[in-house]
Ligand binder design. Structure first.
Ligand code: ADP
Ligand code: TRP
Length: 331
């Protein structure tokens, strides 16, 4: 049994790309392992400036994961801000982090490059939250002695920084942290968006996971197709077929593809896609609406999760405190 940990920033409403690209793979990976999953609200502070929005987004994200089937008995599910121990470790790690390592972190580097291109000071609009982002993420990972960190490719460098910091600490103070490894699932398909590009909120081409039936139908109608008429053969690898294969059974999908090749019209193909998608999503949508109207239940789950997480975090932190010459935390 390995300890795995991952997190997601509460920066938007869950879409189908997130579900198939992050949520389902996490559930699969959690089987047989000890899993920590948290809402990285303090990592979102740089992007979300409204208190109301940060709070609502965190609640929506928690409701969404629970609606998708996250079982809090199997996955320790909590909010980053409910485990203040992480900020203590963040400070300790800051003291072993070479500044040069942070200069090379990609989010900061990209910002500097953009500033230089625009003729601005290189650090224009850079705050210390952005600059130190990788240290907090390292603290997130090391605080639980996590072994595997399932993430997308964009987070690989952050995981490598966490491993570097663990190594620096171990070298200076003796064996303390497990060296974490990113787990990048290459086999997870990139889910297309309405326009065929990668589904992403930055492209505004998403299908929201829990929108109403009516909105789901409207969104499906916006999926871009070519101008082939009913009766003309269609490509069975089109965006509609790709979506269908995510929600329909194998047999259903084969039949759908066959009929596309035989000339099924786009209008009818969209209606059929709606039916399979809606069937799949309906029970989750119901659960989502339930959690959204019972926020106290979500809160209770998160609080219970943070108690479990803190128990482990405090153990690791006490070990770290001892190593650096600081007294144990009072119980
Ligand atoms: P967005 O691109 O909409 O901003 P995020 O960056 O918040 O999405 O993604 C959160 C998680 O969902 C990441 O693990 C990412 O890999 C996964 N994900 C997002 N979009 C897709 C997609 N189109 N296909 C597969 N996985 C995705
Ligand atoms: N930085 C990650 C992202 O933008 C979110 C995150 C924060 C995270 N802390 C983490 C991911 C710890 C894995 C482990 O997606």
């Amino acid at each position: 049994m390995d300890r795995i940990l991952t997190a997601i920033k509460p920066t938007g409403i869950m879409h189908i790309g997130n579900y198939f690209g992050a949520v389902k793979p996490l559930f699969q990976m959690s089987e047989g392992n000890e899993t920590f999953f948290f809402i990285a609200d303090y990592h979102a502070l740089n992007f979300i400036k409204s208190a109301e929005e940060l709070k609502n987004n965190s609640q929506m994200l928690a409701a969404a994961y629970l609606a998708c089937g996250l079982d809090p008995e199997k996955i320790i599910f909590f909010r980053q801000s409910d485990v203040p121990e992480v900020f203590e470790l963040n400070w300790i790690l800051s003291n072993i982090t070479p500044k040069g390592l942070m200069n090379r972190a990609h989010a900061y580097k990209a910002m500097v490059e953009q500033n230089i291109e625009n003729g601005l000071d290189k650090d224009s609009n850079v705050n210390m939250g952005l600059y130190n982002y990788p240290i907090l993420m390292a603290a997130d990972i090391l605080l639980y002695n996590s072994k595997y960190v399932p993430v997308g490719l964009d987070q690989k460098q952050h995981c490598e920084i966490a491993r570097d910091l663990a190594q620096y600490f171990n070298n200076r103070y003796g064996e303390t942290f497990v060296l974490p490894e990113p787990k990048i699932e290459e086999s997870v398909a990139v889910i297309p968006g309405l326009d065929g590009r990668k589904m992403s909120k930055s492209y505004n081409n998403t299908i929201q996971m829990f929108c109403s039936e009516k909105d789901l139908q409207k969104t499906i109608n916006r999926i871009v197709t070519d101008s082939r008429l009913p009766g003309e053969p269609k490509n069975d690898d089109c965006t509609l077929a790709q979506f269908y294969s995510l929600f329909g059974t194998k047999e259903q999908t084969e039949d759908y593809k066959k009929r596309l090749r035989e000339g099924l019209g786009w209008g009818d193909a969209k209606k059929e896609l709606f039916v399979v998608m809606n069937e799949y999503i309906s029970p989750m949508r119901e659960k989502y609406n339930y959690y959204m109207s019972n926020p106290q239940e979500v809160e209770k789950i998160l609080q219970e999760g943070s108690i479990k997480a803190r128990r482990i975090a405090r153990k690791v932190l006490n070990k770290v405190r001892k190593k650096i010459g600081v007294c144990k935390l009072a119980d």
